[in-house]
Design a protein around this ligand. Structure first.
Ligand SMILES: NC(=O)c1ccc[n+]([C@@H]2O[C@H](COP(=O)([O-])OP(=O)(O)OC[C@H]3O[C@@H](n4cnc5c(N)ncnc54)[C@H](O)[C@@H]3O)[C@@H](O)[C@H]2O)c1
Length: 281
């Protein structure tokens, strides 16, 4: 059977998907893959994103209701969990695909961060995972055996200058996934991060220098950059029962980028650049 027909991997499962803004969003692609695999789910995003994005189209296509929630507000996350519980009885999987840095948006250099913005970056992009897990657990919405996946980036381990304070946010996000994962493991609940390669989306292309990061990763990775749809397929395996004992991990989904030293293609490019410089002298 081909992936396009699905494997029924999420049949009977109920999910909650954060972060679909438009059809390029990784969360959007994950929602379509979840539908293909037989899941039912609720879509959520910040009220402002619901006005600016096109989430209603995804809601129509998948039959999933939309419940607004700003992940930086305790009361909204609590309310979301209560509504999701009332609507579908609980949650078997969560996708956290939320990231935003006002410092990156406003091109503040890392050495001159606006500290109010810095707090917002960490709160929205990382602490929100803690908040989501806290209220999912406290309201009783999170089922035993559930699987939680948050999307991360290799900036958590290695510094990419243009990614600025988002490097810090991803490091915190991955730590929260491990810390909470250790507490929820006795209930069979998995918490993992998927570290995705640069992907052309609203958040991605909002980073100055993104094209350079994208091309660099694509040339360095033996398999090239994976697409948002390929990331979605990987998330499906983590939501499914086929990965029941995988938890507290940061899992690279990057075509081999994180482990490769240098590729033949990159070496040739650097050599050609050096030759051109010598010829221009
Ligand atoms: N695009 C990439 O290159 C890339 C690479 C690795 C990881 N990621 C991560 O993937 C995730 C999804 O990003 P994307 O690339 O699909 O871009 P995207 O812009 O489509 O998604 C980001 C989402 O975060 C939501 N959001 C922002 N502030 C919020 C708030 N206060 N409350 C609720 N939601 C809020 C936005 O509305 C948007 O839907 C992010 O965590 C991002 O850091 C992206």
């Amino acid at each position: 059977m081909s992936t396009s027909q699905g494997y029924g991997l999420l049949k009977g499962k109920k999910g909650l998907i954060f972060g679909a803004l438009d059809d390029r969003s990784i969360a959007w692609r994950v929602a379509l893959a979840c539908k293909r695999e037989g899941a039912e789910f609720v879509l959520t995003n910040a009220p402002v994103a619901l006005r600016l994005g096109s989430l209603n189209a995804l809601s129509e296509e998948t039959g999933a209701p939309v419940i607004p929630c700003d992940v930086s507000k305790d009361e909204e996350v609590q309310d979301l969990m209560e509504k999701v519980k009332a609507h579908q009885g609980g949650i078997d999987f969560i996708l956290h695909a939320v990231g935003m840095s006002p410092n990156v948006r406003k091109s503040k250099p890392y050495e001159g961060l606006d500290y109010k913005f810095y707090h917002q970056t960490l709160d929205i992009s990382a602490i929100s995972l803690h908040r989501v897990l806290h209220f999912a657990h406290e309201t009783g919405a999170l089922h035993d055996g559930a699987s939680v996946v948050a999307l991360s980036y290799i900036g958590a381990q290695r510094i990419f200058s243009k990614y600025s304070d988002m490097n810090d946010a991803k490091a915190l996000l991955e730590s929260i996934a491990r810390n909470y994962g250790s507490r929820l493991g006795s209930r069979g609940i998995r918490v993992n991060t998927v570290s995705q390669a640069p992907t052309i989306t609203s958040a991605g292309s909002g980073i100055k220098g993104f094209d350079g990061m994208f091309t660099f990763a694509d040339k360095m990775a033996p398999m090239g950059n994976p697409s948002a749809d390929e990331c979605a397929d990987y998330c499906i395996t983590l939501f499914s029962d086929l990965s029941r004992k995988v938890t507290m991990q940061n899992l690279f989904h990057d075509g081999g980028f994180s482990t490769n030293g240098i590729s033949e293609e990159m070496m040739q490019d650097l050599f050609d650049m050096y030759q051109n410089r010598e010829d221009d002298k």
